[in-house]
Design a binder for this molecule. Structure first.
Ligand code: HEM
Ligand code: NAG
Ligand code: NAG
Ligand code: NAG
Length: 322
């Protein structure tokens, strides 16, 4: 017990120091984006994106979750620059790295891009498509809640698997260490709590969290919930379970109830059941309006992350245009 406490204390000192260094060295840069960026150059841009997201949702109720996650992975790795969509001839692009396991939605982006190219050639960046599509995913899932998303993100030219270390790891229960990944992007611990609410949608592969099912030592997972996950996974690492078991297709606040009840699939979600985040988690659980408003604000902030290698607007989101 005493040893455990010492270990924890040592860990948080490390976290604080590492955090200061990281923040000083690589705090991410925001960019000046503009609302209605395509008013003059591609009037239909945002409505085309919405139309395709709605079609994708009609065909597959799980697609909005995947589109939301694509924008997150795009922004956290070298800024929101569409780099998550690129392919590399050596098979070592961001999308090939292990944290992106199960990224989906690339075909939806291709369809959006094809329509935009037909309407206004080489004008709407793939990075902006991801930002609008994430917003529209919330819109379809909530039955109409919309927030304004500024545009003007350049498409990036670099996408390397080796850069995905900026993505927060799911096997982490220390909320301070997790928050460092957000701090490096200029985002706060509150932003992390709010954005993690995206896990009200979507699924995780059993292989991602199976280590939490093997022993009863994980006190942050309720026993009944663990048994349920064991049954669903049934030793298949490719099986998937809902991140928000109660309402996988509802963009609601039950994720935060899960956090408080120790019924989260990922250890990084369990981490939010900590004294530092408890107040906000409880407030968000208790108010859907608060959640949705804060989520929209935090998404816009995340969507402002500047890419490091701006290039030309692509005509195919999978390839740099030279
Ligand atoms: C502490 C931060 C986060 C961690 C550690 C994390 C980790 C993960 C992991 C491990 C999965 C499941 C992957 C798999 O097993 O297949 C997942 C799924 C997902 N994540 Fe996160 N995530 C974080 C934050 C976010 C944020 C900020 C967003 C968006 C705003 C987001 C959106 C999603 C969505 C929607 C899914 C489900 C995807 C689908 O069903 O296709 N996550 N996340
Ligand atoms: C585009 O139009 C909207 C609504 O008419 C307006 O709010 C926005 O400021 C305009 N943006 C630009 C860049 O023209
Ligand atoms: C959740 O887990 C924590 C330990 O991580 C424990 O202190 C708490 O009592 C648990 N809460 C519930 C509702 O089971
Ligand atoms: C969508 C995609 O390309 N996913 C890749 C993620 O990374 C693994 C390797 O770790 C690839 O096998 C997947 O194809």
């Amino acid at each position: 017990m005493a040893m455990e406490r010492r270990a924890t204390a040592a860990l948080s000192v490390f976290a604080a120091v590492a955090g200061m260094l990281l923040h000083a060295a690589v705090a991410a840069d925001a960019q000046n984006l503009v609302f209605g960026y395509y008013n003059q150059t591609c009037r239909a841009a945002e409505s085309i994106v919405f139309d395709e997201v709605q079609k994708a949702w009609n065909a597959d109720r799980s697609m909005p979750a995947s589109l939301l996650r694509l924008h997150f992975h795009d922004c956290f790795v070298n800024g929101c620059d569409g780099s998550v969509l690129l392919e590399a001839s050596d098979g070592q692009a961001e999308k090939n790295a292990s944290p992106n396991l199960s990224l989906r939605g690339f075909e939806v982006v291709d369809r959006i891009k094809a329509r935009l190219e037909a309407t206004c050639r080489q004008t709407v960046s793939c990075a902006d498509i991801l930002a609008y599509a994430a917003r529209d995913s919330v819109r379809v899932m909530t039955g109409g809640y919309e927030y304004a998303v500024p545009g003007g993100r350049p498409d990036g030219t670099v996408s390397r698997a080796s850069m995905t270390g900026d993505l927060p790891p799911p096997r982490q229960r220390n909320v301070d260490l997790l928050a460092q990944y957000f701090a490096r992007k200029g985002l706060s611990m509150d932003d992390m709590v709010v954005l993690s609410g995206a896990h009200t949608l979507g699924v995780a592969k059993c292989g991602t969290f199976a280590y939490r099912l093997t022993s009863d030592g994980d006190k942050c997972m309720s026993a009944a919930f663990r048994n349920d996950l064991r049954r669903q996974c049934n030793y298949k690492s490719d099986a998937v379970v809902a991140l928000d078991a109660g309402s996988p297709y509802g963009f609601d606040t039950s994720y935060y109830g899960n956090v408080l009840a120790n019924c989260t699939v990922l250890e990084s979600d369990a981490a939010l059941n900590s004294p530092k985040t408890l107040q906000l988690v409880t407030q968000l659980r208790d108010s859907k309006a608060l959640f949705i408003n804060r989520f929209a604000t935090a998404m816009v902030r995340m969507g402002n992350l500047r890419g490091g290698n701006p290039g030309k607007v692509r005509d195919n989101c999978r390839r740099v245009r030279t």
